[in-house]
Design a binder for this molecule. Structure first.
Ligand SMILES: Cc1cn([C@H]2C[C@H](O)[C@@H](COP(=O)(O)OP(=O)(O)OP(=O)(O)O)O2)c(=O)[nH]c1=O
Length: 219
């Protein structure tokens, strides 16, 4: 399920696209879209004034974009944030194998939601039309969020401890990577798979094209 991205069709293509992310997954997926970009990481304290996960994911993506825009005033900035939520609780990146195992026990046999927010900011864009895009002090922002439902198998304690000790889940929201070994934890995915990996490609493509950036040769 995806919210309609806030359109930014009044934006003109910028000379350079920056991916505001240290995530190798996002780098690889954006590279696959055939666009030229540079990476600048956005280290923010991931705190939001919102409480519901969809708003939080979008807000954190926007914060990352703004943080990089302050340093890169001439480029189009793309940022993303991925959250895992179960029973109203957000599961971030586990601090260690023990916490990773706790997360997996919580997720075992149940369906959780993954929210990926995406923000595209043109720091020197035109003023907002006040309807479909947000005007920020440094430019014009377009953003959206994608929600995917993921169901875990019922995991045995041995499986939980094996996976937690693998270390794969440590740098990932919810403590697992669906694109890796974590695939074996999952019984079902409903929605956009790429969003679980951290970069909802359909949404990213729509936002880039609306900003005048051709994707797969199509604007
Ligand atoms: C659930 C899940 C998350 N993830 C990752 C995607 C994100 O990289 C990470 C969530 O953390 P984020 O804070 O969204 O991103 P990040 O800190 O890795 O990178 P940056 O802020 O610099 O853009 O979890 C997977 O790779 N696979 C999965 O199955």
């Amino acid at each position: 399920m995806s919210s309609e991205p806030l359109a930014a069709d009044h934006l003109s293509p910028s000379s350079e696209l920056i991916l505001a992310s240290g995530s190798p997954r996002r780098r690889e997926l954006l590279g696959g879209l055939g666009v030229t970009f540079r990476v600048v990481t956005a280290d923010i304290e991931e705190i939001s004034r919102f409480t519901d996960p969809a708003h939080v994911a979008r807000d954190l993506a926007e914060q990352k974009a703004r943080t990089v825009a302050a340093r890169e005033p001439h480029a189009l900035i793309l940022a993303s944030d991925t959250l895992v939520a179960l029973d109203g609780v957000l599961l971030g990146k586990p601090k260690n194998a023990e916490q990773n195992a706790e997360y997996l026990r919580h997720l075992s046999g149940r369906t959780h939601s993954v929210f990926s927010g995406v923000a595209l900011l043109e720091p020197r864009g035109l003023e907002s039309d006040g309807v479909s895009s947000g005007s920020v002090s440094s430019g014009v922002l377009a953003s959206g969020v994608e929600q995917t439902e993921v169901t875990f198998r019922s995991l045995s304690e041995a499986e939980i401890s094996y996976y937690a000790r693998s270390g794969e889940g440590l740098d990932k929201a919810g403590g697992y990577g669906i694109q890796g070994l974590g695939m074996a934890l999952v019984a079902r995915v409903e929605g956009d798979y790429s969003s679980v990996v951290g970069f909802p490609l359909g949404l990213v493509m729509r936002l880039l094209r609306a900003a005048g950036v051709p994707v797969w040769g199509q604007s």
